[in-house]
Design a protein around this ligand. Structure first.
Ligand code: AMP
Length: 223
């Protein structure tokens, strides 16, 4: 039985990390730490990190490890993470980041208790990414045909205008998938002997994907 959920969600762009993270956060009250969201906020506020990260993100490339690790460490040591546990989304993306994360988690005495690995056929991702729209204010994710808002272009939650991420295009997706396969997928080898891994078929509907995830989380909390 675990007392606090310290989770990591992995999967290529379009696999549903953001959608599943929102559901996990809502049901289990963990702190959602998405490095992509943190970078987008930094860019929109034009912070020094945002300025450094922007050109990498626009090209679909990974932001250098030293910038990314510092951003995550600064957030993980905050008290809400200690109180509520965390869900890391989009980090680590390289073996070097995974090693840095192990050091940070040892320091703050919060071992990972589950990795959720979203597996999906790459052919599905182009459609998911090209139709994805997001609310700039609350981050709610939509799809123009699979999960449209009630009013076209407007967020159901807060009425803000939806936008398309600057890296959500076919060219950017190709680069991001190549990065994922080369640098991120090998991370599973790093964790396979030390951490519980849940493989999930992420081509299914979001509620079905979430049912597999929550049944595993319940077993961690209750067994
Ligand atoms: P995401 O929202 O997770 O798809 O991330 C969007 C972009 O932010 C990625 O394509 C990268 O350019 C950058 N990014 C997010 N997380 C990381 C990370 N852990 N390491 C390096 N770059 C990252």
């Amino acid at each position: 039985m675990v007392s606090k959920l310290n989770l990591l969600i992995m999967g290529p762009a379009g696999s549903g990390k953001g959608t599943q993270s929102a559901k996990i956060t809502e049901d289990y009250n963990v702190v959602h730490l998405s490095t992509g969201d943190m970078f987008r906020a930094a860019i929109s506020n034009q912070t020094p990190v945002g300025v450094q990260a922007q050109s990498f993100i626009d090209q679909g490339l990974l932001v250098p490890d030293e910038i990314t690790v510092a951003l995550v460490e600064e957030r993980l040591v905050q008290s809400d993470v200690k109180e509520r546990g965390f869900l890391l989304d989009g980090f680590p993306r390289t073996i070097n980041q995974a090693e840095a994360l192990s050091t940070i988690l040892e320091k703050i005495e919060m071992p990972l208790n589950l990795i959720i690995d979203l597996k999906v056929d790459e052919k599905l991702l182009v459609d998911r990414i090209s139709g994805r729209r997001m609310c700039k204010k609350c981050g709610t994710i939509y799809h123009i045909t699979n999960n449209p808002p009630k009013v076209e272009g407007i967020c159901d939650v807060d009425g803000e205008t939806l936008y398309q991420r600057s890296d959500d295009n076919e060219e950017g997706l190709k680069v991001r998938l190549a990065e994922y396969n080369a640098s991120t997928a090998p991370i599973m080898g790093y964790y396979k002997d030390s951490t519980d891994i849940l493989d999930v078929d992420a081509s299914l509907a979001p509620d079905q994907v979430f049912a597999s995830i929550s049944s595993k989380i319940e077993s961690l909390l209750n067994d």
